[in-house]
Design a protein around this ligand. Structure first.
Ligand code: R5P
Length: 354
């Protein structure tokens, strides 16, 4: 109903220990300081959480990307949700810019789990009312949740960044068949042709093998797109295959720079023109990445990058809050990141996907 008042007393943003810098930047976008919460571990590794302010009937956002140490980040968020529920929060939104275990989204071998589904179940059981995330490994993970899940898409700011570079003689390359739609969306926005790599992963090892390149790359630059770079095995084999097929130069782009294990060394050895981790500022491969703290680097989130994520997530929260106040009107000036596609049927659901 237009003009209907929100049923919650105000909103508040809290974070665990996964990436406080990112949470602060998101809160700044909303013009709020982070709420006060104690989160620490006892010597027996049990995690303790206590909100240090009243959250009764408040609209509570808990910001916690599932970054390194991944399993602690997940459990800590679950415990925070439980604490918020027991403190009578009005609505609890888990803000998870990176949803780890996304690749465990199907039973593709005998006797294996579907961990992405398990985590969805745990978030609901703990008491989350909504989830806000970005660029899931596969869209169908949305269906693992029985609560509303809004998946933001960094396609828009990243495409704008590459548009400004005028990459006229480039081809957008999907690193595997599963990434075809993601790469096609980027190619359409940049008005560039598309190529796809036929990739094979060898068992559960971190070795990926590019078998064939489907599409025209000879003499062209390649903008290689993957959803996440973990060990960079996929990217290395893609670059090798593209070079064998006569490609001229490489720009590597991903939404989730996890950069685990040998990733940084592998990426540096590739002699790529640039590696973009979700838009500006790009991390030039020739520059030392030492400015970012080790923890953030392991997690794959560079300092500049967190500012970019914060802008997109922050804007989604602003739009969501605005829609809670008035379901039919998004205030002028919002939607700069393509968040204008609003689901007006839900209670402030925001969908940025194209
Ligand atoms: C696989 O399906 C994903 O889209 C990525 O290609 C994969 O997660 C990259 O992993 P890595 O960097 O370890 O090859």
């Amino acid at each position: 109903m237009p003009g209907a008042a929100a049923v919650y007393n105000d909103f508040a943003i809290f974070t665990g220990r996964a990436h406080p810098e990112l949470a602060e930047a998101i809160a700044a976008r909303l013009g709020r300081p982070l709420g006060k919460v104690d989160v620490f571990e006892f010597s027996n590794e049990n995690i303790f959480v206590q909100f240090q302010e009243n959250i009764r009937q408040r609209d509570v956002y808990l910001v916690q990307p599932f970054v390194s140490p991944v399993n602690t980040s997940i459990l800590e968020l679950l415990i925070m949700i439980d604490a918020a529920r027991r403190a009578s929060a009005g609505r609890i939104t888990a803000v998870i810019p990176y949803y780890a275990y996304g690749r465990s989204d199907k039973k593709d071998q005998p006797r294996v789990p579907i961990t992405a589904r398990l985590i969805a179940n745990m978030l609901e059981t703990a008491g989350a009312d909504r989830v806000l995330t970005m660029n899931l490994h596969a869209g169908q993970i949305q269906g693992f949740f029985n609560i509303p899940l809004d998946e933001l898409n960094a396609l828009f700011p990243v495409s704008a960044y590459f548009k400004s570079k005028n990459l006229t003689d480039y081809t957008v390359v999907a690193t595997d068949v599963g990434g075809e739609k993601r790469a096609r969306d980027r190619a359409v926005r940049l008005d560039l042709p598309l190529a796809i790599i036929d990739k094979r992963r060898i068992g559960n090892t971190e070795t990926a093998e590019a078998m064939h390149v489907i599409g025209e790359v000879e003499g062209r630059g390649c903008l290689i797109l993957d959803d996440e770079i973990s060990t960079a095995g996929t990217i290395v084999s893609a670059v090798n295959a593209l070079r064998q097929n006569g490609a001229r130069e490489m720009i590597i782009s991903c939404y989730h720079p996890v950069f685990s294990g040998p990733a940084v060394a592998r990426l540096r050895s590739l002699d790529a023109r640039e590696i973009d981790t979700r838009g500006e500022p790009p991390l030039a491969l020739h520059e030392p990445a030492a400015e970012a703290p080790a923890h953030a680097r392991r997690a794959g989130v560079e300092r500049g990058d967190s500012a970019r994520i914060a802008e997109v997530v922050g804007e989604a929260l602003v739009v969501s809050q605005a829609l809670d106040q008035d379901h039919d009107h998004v205030p002028a000036g919002l939607g700069a990141h393509g968040l204008a596609q609003i689901d007006r049927t839900g209670a402030g659901a925001v969908c940025a996907d194209a």
